[in-house]
Design a protein around this ligand. Structure first.
Ligand code: NAP
Length: 256
């Protein structure tokens, strides 16, 4: 119940999928949570759910690709809760699914702006608050596709590779400030993002899911809480000696 008691967490893309799970589990373990998302309805519902369970949360509309918005929301959350200890850089998009030689530059840039610049802006503007709090934990959602390649989604895979190394660089830069920075590398997790990929699949959503299940040695795709529990672990003091590391939660996908 108290694994992150009295800590304050800010989660991006917290309205759905993995981000929603992270918000709910962090709150259940005692953190006050700034739930942020571009989907206001979904984000507000998560806040209501946390409050119904007796937890503390507030919603902030935040598009992570806007540095101005990031700066304002960090300040507002720190003002509301008195500090920020935990940043979960979760917001991300799959983006354009075409071979590299057919991707228009603006579609490439769209993915980079959310998946890379978003992590950069949020980290940049959270660090002063984490320093002020005497340290903290930054958790960046990379992917199995920050570790291995696949013949699809070129911009997504590029972005997740970048997030992996941004995490290590920041781990080194801020270790002296007692700020830990780690990446999480999920296999396929059944969230709205992956469901949408299924809907676009020519074989239909169910066949898509079965094909994904078969890619994981454990026999099925993951659920958001499989990642949410990883977030709680890295956010908590149980992970006090862990920085610059890669938490792979992928049902064995990358073990082969
Ligand atoms: P999701 O189901 O699409 O949920 C992500 C949330 O972020 C949505 O509410 C989305 O809003 C929001 N969002 C999109 N663009 C945003 C922006 N610019 N600023 C703020 N919020 C924004 O995604 P997910 O599957 O939970 O994935 C979460 C993270 O885990 C992503 O970084 C993803 O790359 C990573 N990941 C996921 C998987 C997987 O299999 N699901 C695997 C590996 C890594 P809208 O729905 O309105 O766009």
């Amino acid at each position: 119940m108290d694994r992150v008691k009295d800590k304050v967490a800010l989660v991006t893309g917290g309205g759905k999928g993995i981000g929603k799970s992270a918000c709910l589990l962090l709150a259940r373990e005692g953190a006050a949570v700034a739930v942020t998302d571009i989907d206001e309805e979904a984000g507000r519902e998560v806040v209501e759910e946390i409050r119904r369970e007796g937890g503390k949360a507030e919603f902030y509309r935040l598009d992570v690709s806007s540095e101005e918005e990031v700066k304002e929301v960090m300040a507002a959350a720190a003002d509301k809760f008195g500090k920020i200890d935990i940043l979960v850089n979760n917001a991300g998009i799959a983006g354009v699914n075409k071979p590299t030689d057919q991707i228009p530059a603006e579609e490439w840039d769209k993915v980079i702006k959310v998946n890379i610049n978003g992590v950069f802006f949020c980290t940049k503007h959270a660090v002063p608050y984490l320093k002020k709090a005497g340290g903290g934990s930054i958790i960046n959602l990379s992917s199995i596709y920050g570790l291995v390649g696949a013949p699809d989604l070129p911009a997504y895979h590029a972005s997740k590779g970048a997030v992996r190394l941004m995490s290590k660089t920041d781990a080194l830069l801020y270790a002296g400030d007692n700020i830990r920075v780690n990446s999480i590398h999920p296999g396929y997790i059944w969230t709205p993002l992956v469901e949408e990929l299924g809907e676009q699949s020519p074989d239909g959503k169910e066949a898509f899911r079965r094909a994904l299940d078969a890619k994981h040695p454990i026999g099925h795709v993951g659920e958001p809480d499989d990642i949410g529990y990883g977030v709680v672990y890295l956010a908590s003091d149980e992970a006090a000696f862990i920085t610059g590391s890669e938490l792979v939660i992928d049902g064995g996908y990358t073990a082969r």
